[in-house]
Design a protein around this ligand. Structure first.
Ligand SMILES: [Cu+2]
Length: 294
């Protein structure tokens, strides 16, 4: 197995090159419509990688990418998915989460990012109309796909990403720029939940004046909700819940009007898991926050 993994990994590194970034230039018309200009999409994917049983929050070295756009674009949507050897979507979910940003998104939650995320239960993020994240050709971009394999067998899968953009040359009206920040209740992000109810909290102080326009969650199966609460004002900003059972999609917060944030206000993130099994389960819990600065 180990030899097999290594070969796949080497094949992937060889094909992508270890130095120069992969250039994103294969734009094609998107079915998405926007008042702000013609919408395009651009895709990239990993080669097939081997996921051994029990791999959690695993970033396969050969699957990460350094990327750059060939021209100025405004990112307005981001979608990721898993494909098997036949190019089909497997029934089990091997996607943990992915980050696409101007830096490696690590465990330091205070960092302001220019980027976006997706995960197993929010596989597609679409920014509210009128907002975008601008990228220039020279911007060094990093993409980190993270996989889970909770099964008993090794699998070979790949990850495919479709980005929805408005090319600067197609822009009819100016878009408003969003910044991003990740707030996770636990560092390192992976933790384990015993049978029953589990609640974890994180507090942080807002480092900017602005407005939150999008909140996306990252939870694993049996994570039931994640809340953002403004302690300074004593009010709930938003709580995201599952739309169905333990592995159904998560709600997102998406608002053109947004939620006003003042620098120095204190916020609390509360993540809830309900573990109905007799064993401990893997967990992550974070909020991906997209905001506009005043
Ligand atoms: Cu995860």
């Amino acid at each position: 197995m180990a030899v097999h993994s290594t070969l796949v990994l080497l094949a992937a590194i060889g094909a992508f090159g270890v130095r120069g970034a992969e250039v994103l230039d294969g734009f094609r018309p998107s079915t998405v419509r926007s008042d702000y200009g013609a919408v395009s999409e651009v895709e990239f994917s990993t080669r097939l990688v081997v996921l051994d049983p029990g791999m959690l929050a695993h970033h396969v070295a050969g699957a990460m990418k350094d990327l750059q756009f060939s021209e100025r674009v405004w990112l307005i949507g981001y979608k990721s998915g898993i494909v098997d050897e036949k190019g089909r979507e497997p029934r089990e979910n091997f996607l943990c989460h992915t980050f696409f940003a101007d830096q490696r998104v690590d465990q330091h939650d205070d960092k302001e990012l220019k980027g976006i995320y997706s995960d197993a239960f929010t596989p597609e993020v679409r920014l509210p109309e009128g907002f975008g994240i601008p990228f220039a050709p020279g911007d060094p971009l990093h993409w980190m796909p993270m996989f889970n394999n909770r099964g008993a067998d090794s699998v070979r899968v790949g990850m495919k990403v479709t980005m929805t953009v408005i090319r600067e040359k197609d822009l009819k009206r100016p878009l408003r720029r969003l910044y991003a920040n990740l707030r996770s209740v636990q560092a390192p992000h992976l933790y384990f939940v015993s049978p029953g109810h589990d609640e974890r909290k994180l507090t942080f102080v807002a480092p900017y004046n602005g407005r939150i326009h999008f909140l996306g969650t990252h939870l694993h199966p049996f994570g039931t909700s994640i809340e953002l609460y403004n302690e300074s004002k004593g009010e709930r900003v938003w709580v995201g819940r599952r739309k169905g059972g333990p592995e159904s999609p998560m709600e997102v917060y998406s608002s053109v009007a947004g939620y006003a944030v003042r620098e120095g206000e204190r916020f609390r993130v509360t993540a809830v898991y309900e573990n109905p099994t007799a064993d401990r389960i893997d967990a992550m819990a974070g909020l991906f926050i997209l905001y506009e600065r005043d």
